[in-house]
Design a protein. Structure first.
Length: 448
């Protein structure tokens, strides 16, 4: 069961810091009618925007704008929610917030509105995480799949599998009460086929969730190559028309050494090692040290060369690059040699011949990067997922496999099914040990 939601009133500025046409202060708590009356002299009708003057303690207007009132339980948090839509200046917003605190609210912690939505059963855990992932999405594809998680698509699939596991457990536990011909009974009920079916559904969901995790976190690419080999040109080509949307994302950290582009919605975090030079500048050195730490997490190293196999000054960098990481060799400037774009495999390493200036062969490189990333999804069935979800799904799959190996040890089988169910339940935040009993008694009438 979820813990009780706290009963105090919380408030926060809900819009991004800075100046804007509108700024919103959001308040959530219980019994906020009195709060509204003190703030603007009336209790607004539910869910209807109304013009209001927001007053201070001496009945002086602080700002004017719209007031919205969402009485419990029909609000985001499931509590009474009030939204003050004022003018979006930092000082005005601070004044409105201070007034809300004066009226008894306390400052909300990060994510606390969503946490309350979870505690009040408006969202499950995976949906709550979807809220954060939507806000943090760095590509349109990531945003779309975060919305799918938020709206419960992922959760419903998890719950569907969980229901299947519960049904099987009920069957197995009921069978335990009839010591003779237990296995025959289970076979007659197609229990083991159903187990296989659930395994397949978990595997499918895990695959799509892994694709979603990729959309969320992206791929770390390290770009190496001598000066003038065409690194900047290649970056520009890879970014293509989609560059605008990536750079337009507010609040993303940008520095000279790191650039994010996207391929089919997968963020590629590209570290240009041209910036990794020796320097006496302290700030630059800190940046470079941080970059090296990122390089240690590289997924793929892109080596750019002018002519076949050429290496040189960058070998110092090369020696420090992580071993065991996939490498792609890019032979640039094929236009100068009148060559055609092509991909070839040489000693287990992929070589792509292209022209960063003309764009020939860029599609080959894109496909190669997607392959290395492990991206093979298509369509709208990708669910944005976190490592936590993947682990839970893997645990579920492992428990189902063990369940299938139990033979006639039915107590063990029941236990493995329970482990699978618990692992799944951790995704949505339901720990349903008691639920199971409820389900057994209500649906199976075993108490006779
Ligand atoms: P970087 O120093 O590695 O970043 O290399 P740049 O991207 O700045 O490119 C160096 C020079 O090579 C520039 O004059 C580019 O226009 C040129 N260049 C880059 N790629 C190509 C290419 O595919 N074909 C030709 N002909 N020139 C290129
Ligand atoms: Zn797949």
């Amino acid at each position: 069961r979820r813990p009780e939601s706290p009963s105090d009133t919380i408030a926060a500025i809900a819009t991004a810091p800075g100046r804007g046409g509108i700024g919103v202060v959001r308040v959530s708590g219980r019994g906020l009618e009195a709060f509204a009356r003190e703030l603007c002299g009336f209790v607004p009708q539910p869910r209807i925007a109304r013009f209001a003057r927001f007053m201070d303690a001496r009945q002086q207007a602080l700002d004017e704008g719209l007031l919205l009132f969402f009485p419990a339980p029909y609000s985001f948090t499931g509590e009474d929610v009030i939204e003050l839509q004022g003018h979006g200046g930092p000082v005005v917003m601070q004044m409105l917030l201070a007034r809300c605190l004066e009226l008894g609210a306390r400052l909300a912690e990060p994510g606390e509105f969503t946490k309350r939505a979870f505690l009040n059963g408006k969202l499950d855990l995976a949906q709550a995480e979807g809220v954060a992932d939507l806000i943090e999405a760095s590509t349109a594809a990531a945003a779309r799949s975060a919305l799918r998680s938020l709206s419960g698509v992922f959760s419903r699939e998890v719950e569907g599998i969980r229901d299947g596991l519960i049904d099987l457990r009920m069957l197995v536990e009921a069978t335990l009460d009839f010591p003779e011909e237990e296995l025959d009974f289970l076979h007659a009920a197609h229990a083991f086929e159903r187990l296989d079916g659930l395994r397949a559904r978990v595997d499918d969901l895990l695959d799509r969730a892994a694709q979603g995790a990729l959309l969320r976190s992206g791929v770390n690419v390290v770009l190496v190559g001598q000066p003038n080999v065409g690194k900047s040109s290649l970056l520009n080509q890879l970014a293509g028309e989609e560059r605008a949307i990536v750079t337009a994302v507010a609040g993303t950290t940008r520095d000279a050494l790191r650039e994010t582009v996207q391929i089919e919605g997968i963020p590629l975090h590209i570290i240009d090692t041209a910036g990794l030079r020796d320097t006496a500048d302290e700030v630059e050195r800190i940046g470079i040290a941080r970059t090296w730490r990122e390089i240690e997490r590289a997924d793929v190293i892109l080596r750019l060369v002018d002519r076949c196999g050429e290496t040189g000054a960058e070998e110092g960098i090369d020696a420090r690059l992580p071993g065991g990481v996939e490498r792609i060799v890019v032979h640039n400037k094929i236009d100068l040699r009148g060559e055609a774009a092509r991909r070839e495999l040489r000693d287990g390493t992929v070589h792509v011949h292209l022209s960063a200036r003309e764009g020939a062969g860029i599609d080959l490189l894109r496909a190669e990067l997607l392959r290395v990333a492990g991206w093979h999804a298509h369509g709208e069935d990708v669910v944005l997922a976190r490592e936590r979800h993947l682990e839970a799904l893997r645990d579920t799959a492992a428990a189902i496999v063990r369940a299938g190996e139990c033979g006639d040890a039915l107590e063990l089988l029941a236990e493995e099914l329970r482990a699978a169910q618990d692992a799944l339940g951790s995704i949505t935040g339901e720990f349903s040990a008691d639920d199971l009993l409820g389900v057994i008694f209500s649906r199976f009438c075993i108490g006779k």
